[in-house]
Design a protein. Structure first.
Length: 114
């Protein structure tokens, strides 16, 4: 499983009817400038962006990780992506590492991101 697939899994994208799935937003990327410039549909006042297709959501997620997280360790990246103030980040890191075979100290590169 790639890093982005593991994030999508942790964000609930594989769960039928989940917010991530309904919004074609596998990483639960927040609405904002990045989302709008990467193809998100118009805002409906929801905190999370909405893409037309799952592929578009995955592409936006990939690009966000490549430009804003490349070079960080898995632990650093996931503390930034899913901060402890609103997530169980240690569990998130453990799950992503288990599913990908990475370690918390693995450094993200475009190849690792997926």
């Amino acid at each position: 499983m790639t890093f982005i697939e593991a994030i999508a899994r942790e964000e609930g994208f594989e769960v039928a009817g989940s917010l991530a799935q309904r919004r074609n937003n596998p990483g639960n990327i927040e609405e904002g400038e990045f989302a709008r410039t990467h193809g998100a549909l118009h805002t409906d006042g929801n905190r999370f962006a909405h893409w037309a297709t799952p592929e578009a959501g995955f592409q936006a997620m990939r690009e966000l990780l490549q430009i804003g997280y490349n070079g960080l360790t898995v632990a650093e990246a996931l503390n930034k992506w899913a901060p402890p103030v609103e997530n169980q980040t240690e569990s998130y890191i453990a799950n992503v590492c288990k599913w990908t075979g990475l370690t918390p100290d693995s450094v993200l590169t475009n190849e690792v991101i997926g």
